[in-house]
Design a protein around this ligand. Sequence first.
Ligand code: P5A
Length: 440
Amino acid sequence: MRLSAYFLPILRDDPKEAEIISHKLMLRAGMIRQEAAGSYSWLPLGFRVLKKIEQIVREEQNRAGAIEVLMPTIQSADLWRKSGRYDAYGKEMLRIKDRHDRDMLFGPTNEEMITDIFRHGAQSYRDLPRNLYHIQWKFRDEVRPRFGVMRGREFLMKDAYSFDLDAEGGRHSYNKMFVSYLRTFARMGLKAIPMRAETGPIGGKDSHEFLILADTGESQVFFDRDFYDMDWTEFSIDYDDAAAVGKLVEDFTSKYAATDDKHEAAEFEKLPADRRLSGRGIEVGHIFFFGSKYSEPLGAVVQGKDGQPVTVLSGSYGIGVSRLVGAIIEASHDEAGIIWPEPVAPFKLALINLKAGDSGTDAACEKIYGALGAKGVEVLYDDTDARPGAKFATMDLIGLPWQVIIGPRGLKDGIAEVKNRRTGERSNVPLTEIVDRFSA
Ligand code: P5A
């Protein structure tokens, strides 16, 4: 992409309405624009990151055996009346009437709808276990939407729903999602610590929230220092091996970690003082097992192996896809701007032409831009006539992992400067080697 033809409305100054760094940087980097309280348009740069995150989530859900569907955002109130949540959900639910005066709502979550879909599509024990998920916009009329996309009213969620015949199967389904979450967040460069949590309006008694540590997080968290020493990268596992999956979950849940509403001071104090850590955390995922809470009132019953009817058991599993964009920035930035982990970066590298209009630098840049593009490397080519200082500031702000800088001076010696955004390390690389350095 050529910057001269792109849409990147950069703000030089800090927007006043933003309280936390990720919100400031997302506005300054031209990633989003606020449309109403807690509601944002995703501009080209932000949209690319959102799609990258969504794709990682999708790949890891598929790997864990979940099957993608897509349900509508607007739901009928009928199923919610059956489950008892139409009244219970309260003011957070955006209620709508259609032209026939029927009660509709903008879905804050989909337990009812998916249970009804499953009920109509599954007849016998052979149709279980199954896990169906979608990645769809939700609306929750939050009392205090704030911090940009971190607590929005309209936000993108991945929500998965499992259906099992018995408690043991239900546990395995829950554990598979647990492990897939460790993998998903690790691929984005995040350590998201699983913590015991309140189940709130979703219900059930078992739930874990996945939190990343950041001073601006909304939850107070307490956890064992040992989490730092765990291996957060090696989660290759056979999802069909219930014992192995269970063992990994056990490793991560046997250490103390809880949000403040589930915190048990007495238990925490049993840890040696130097292992007791507390801080703030951002909830990027939340998984629940609630058994028959929805299948019972909605009549999700299948024929069991012995011919008798069985009410299916369920869990639901959420990831805050749009929240993750902000959360990753909270975890990865410096005073100059965002530092994207490569897997979620909007482009892999910035190609900076220090003297656009100069036939030498233009020709060198065009050649590299064309060759990298042909290899499938995502490049944002700054071919504008802005001053070098402004170009560097913009590229540092938007945080692409690599910068390849080409100016008349280096060109004379046949070299470009390559800068790593995270480490700040710079090196001189022969122009002839640049294209080989990067892969898609
Ligand atoms: C699980 C999937 C649920 O809704 N039902 C379907 C269950 N859980 S949850 O914890 O309420 O939400 C799941 C994740 O969505 C993100 N999230 C939000 N992101 C941005 N703005 C919001 N207002 C918001 N509310 C929830 C969180 O990451 C949460 O873990």
